[in-house]
Structures are given as structure tokens and as C-alpha cells.
Design a protein around this ligand. Structure first.
Ligand code: PGA
Length: 256
């Protein structure tokens, strides 16, 4: 039985003080219960957030990592630095990084290999854009992204992987008011295919172990329906993870 997981991707929204204020406001109310809960603040707030929220059994994650373990890379953060402040999850291949920061599949593959070897859980984000959805090539795109991300990954580590299906067209739609959100049927189809892609690559046992999440305008309104979708083991929540909604989303996950 796969344990449910709720991950908050705080993106570039809150300063250190704002993050701590948010944690202070929710820490006595949020209750992880039987669900894994992970907050991914900006680098500058991770350590302080962990100190304030760790006792609630909430873990911290990072939104990125550099693919090398050391070296002259001005401005970058390596895996050891993250481990030293208690990071146990890292979001990799988010579409905002792929599109806006030109992050390639090769780079993503290097980061996945590094994290798995270092016993940190990568949350690999995959998902199609609106053109690929409309032309019906979305499963091919997702399979391509998964195969590239997992190229030469040691099979012993693969079951630690978490994959988040995040259709680009459904991310932050509350901000751009396009209103597009993935339906339960669309999420179900892709989640089933993701598990099948892993089965083709690594066999049934490993495919049955990895957690598959959905992300893209998740809110306290739609989280129940998505969490009840077959093959979905959790949520990657953006905008609503920096709002009190996250308390409700975790509560809902606990009742499923
Ligand atoms: P959103 O972000 O919930 O604001 O759409 C999700 C994500 O980008 O991970």
C-alpha cells in the first residue's frame, strides 16, 4: 500500500520572515496524520522552516539542486548543502524550470541520478503543453520525458522515485484566469500510463512501488476528487500551499 503524500511547492513567493509567519499561523492546526507532508520553501527559508515545523512530522524539500556535488559554480547549491539542513525531497524538472530557465532532459537526468544515489527523493515533474494535449501526443511526450530522466539510473534506486504529472496548461490557472484544469478522467488516464511506462522499463514490482502525484491548480475544492483517482498517490500543490487551504487539503488526504 502506497502512503499518500502532499507536497507544497512554495515557488518564489515568500521571504524567510513571511515563510516563518505562515508556518507560525498554521503549525498548531495542520495535522499530517497518516499522510506524508512536505513543504518546499525557497532555499533561504528551508532551514528555519524545518526547525519550526519538523516536530509536526512535516518534512522539507528543495525546489532545485545543482547536478554536481562540488566545484566552481557561482550561485549554485549542491546536494550536501541541502542534506546539511535536513532536506529529504527535491523537485526536479518542473515545467517552469524546463520552459523559463531552459532546463534540459539531460540536466534533469543528471540531477535524478545524483539524488537517488544520495538517498534524497526526487519529485520528477512531467507533463504536456496545450498543443500536445490537443494533438493527442501527450502520452508520447510524458513517456519521452520519463525515459530521458531515468536514462542509466540504477534499477535498485528507482522505487524511491516520485513522479508528478503536471500538465503545463493546468498550472497556476488561478493566476492567469484561463480556468483550465485537468479533469479526473484526464488525470486517471495519464497516471495509469505513467505506471505502465515504469512497468515496461523496470517491471511490475517497481511500478507498484513508486508514487504518482498530480499537480496543477490543486485546491481544497478539487483535491478529494483527484486523490480518489486510481493510481494517484498524492498532490503537488503550488499556489494553495502558501494559503490556509493546505490545512484542508492535508485533512482531506487523511480521510481517503
Ligand atoms: P499550482 O502549481 O498549484 O499553483 O498550479 C503547481 C506547481 O507548479 O507545482
Amino acid at each position: 500500500m502506497r502512503k499518500k503524500i502532499i507536497i507544497g511547492n512554495w515557488k518564489m513567493t515568500m521571504t524567510n520572515n513571511e515563510s516563518l509567519e505562515f508556518v507560525k499561523n498554521i503549525r498548531d492546526i495542520i495535522s499530517p496524520g497518516k499522510v506524508d507532508v512536505v513543504f518546499c520553501p525557497s532555499y533561504t527559508a528551508i532551514n528555519e522552516v524545518r526547525k519550526r515545523i519538523g516536530s509536526k512530522n512535516i518534512k522539507v524539500g528543495a525546489q532545485n539542486v545543482h547536478f554536481e556535488t562540488a566545484g566552481a559554480y557561482t550561485g549554485e547549491i549542491n546536494v550536501k548543502m541541502l542534506q546539511s539542513i535536513g532536506v529529504s525531497y527535491v523537485i526536479i524538472g518542473h515545467s517552469e524550470r524546463r520552459i523559463k530557465l531552459k532546463e534540459t532532459d539531460e540536466l534533469i537526468n543528471k540531477k535524478i541520478k545524483l539524488l537517488l544515489a544520495e538517498d534524497i527523493t526526487p519529485i520528477l515533474c512531467v507533463g504536456e503543453n496545450i498543443e500536445e494535449r490537443l494533438s493527442g501526443t501527450y502520452i508520447d511526450k510524458i513517456e519521452f520525458q520519463i525515459r530521458k530522466a531515468l536514462e542509466d539510473v540504477d534499477i535498485r534506486y528507482v522505487e524511491k522515485l516520485t513522479i508528478a504529472y503536471e500538465p503545463v496548461w493546468a498550472i497556476s490557472t488561478s493566476d492567469n484566469s484561463s480556468g483550465l484544469v485537468a479533469s479526473k478522467k484526464e488525470v486517471e488516464e495519464v497516471a495509469k500510463n505513467i505506471r505502465y511506462i515504469i512497468e515496461k522499463l523496470y517491471g511490475l514490482y517497481i511500478a507498484s512501488k513508486i508514487r504518482i502525484l498530480y499537480g496543477g491548480s490543486v485546491s481544497s475544492q478539487n483535491s478529494k476528487e483527484i486523490l480518489e483517482t486510481e493510481n494517484i498517490d498524492g498532490l503537488l500543490v503550488g499556489a494553495k500551499s502558501t494559503k490556509p487551504d493546505i490545512i484542508k487539503i492535508v485533512e482531506i488526504a487523511n480521510k481517503i
